[in-house]
Design a protein around this ligand. Sequence first.
Ligand SMILES: Cc1cc2nc3c(=O)[nH]c(=O)nc-3n(C[C@H](O)[C@H](O)[C@H](O)COP(=O)(O)O)c2cc1C
Length: 320
Amino acid sequence: MRLVLAPLEGVIDHLVRQLLTELGGYDLCITEFMRVSDTFMPERSFYKLCPELHNGGLTPSGVPIRMQLLGQDPHLMSVHARRAIELGSHGIDLNLGCPSKMVNSNKGGAVLLKEPEVIYNLVKSMREAIPDDDIFSVKIRLGWEDPQEVHEITDSIISAGANELTIHARTKMDGYKKEAIKWEAIAPIAKQDKITLTANGEIWTGQDAINCQEITGCSNLMLGRGALAMPNLGAVIKHNQAPMDYAQLLQLLSRYTKFEIEGDKGMYYPNRMKQWLVYLRQQFPQAKELFGLIRTLTKTDEIIQVLDNEIAKSVRLANK
Ligand SMILES: Cc1cc2nc3c(=O)[nH]c(=O)nc-3n(C[C@H](O)[C@H](O)[C@H](O)COP(=O)(O)O)c2cc1C
């Protein structure tokens, strides 16, 4: 089984990747997407999105990072793919699943799912632009509206020479509706066994991972929101570790705080902390209360104070 940490734009950046991969279980991370529209992105944009390029394309705990590109122009996308590889990205991932209206109106992301021929040309051009021994992967949804579209889309991607495919088991029109997940739609593709496949979507627990593997017939999994809601989900799935408890979570958040305020995006810390707690409260009832305590706070120091109080409380409880 291979476990991949999903790209989550604006949520899973290099700091979160560092924290989550240190907890174990992950074999690969995909970056948030780099949008390639009509100009060539400067080198600093590659490093900004993927600072791990300064470290051989690895997280501090040694997990490889693959840069994700989003766009539709075969030439520009190929040039960016080649540059990312030269800078140390471990392969290239093409985003064909992003449902954002803005991205789609620029003909990037999921809108291309409507045009398998365009996909074919894009994949072929990008695949040929990078060295043969670098992996070229594509991330899709099942289709724009009808999950049956996945067959034609997948055929295009495979015949254009992609090495790996991740399928988020919903259509673009399904958005993120939980009940719309269709792991079973991945099964026929897995059965064909024509490409290295990864299943993605709605894996929140170890049992979800087992169910997803059984239903899809696909052993490789990609974890997104579930990995934020239970930070050691990778190790829970891969190594049968117990889910982390609240005291451990607080220690993790305290480290995260330190990273954020020392990093270059410290001013976003209050919002980013709230954003993470929104995910965490799904798995930790106490995180719901913590979120309630910081919800209206806007200053970093105030949030740190609340977190410190919470840690002191949990230490007192543990010593009782
Ligand atoms: C906030 C957010 C940002 C996302 N950003 C990206 C992205 O940059 N590239 C991408 O391919 N998918 C992106 N996705 C989709 C996820 O990678 C993943 O396919 C989706 O969340 C389903 O998996 P999950 O149920 O494990 O979260 C994003 C999803 C969310 C919720």
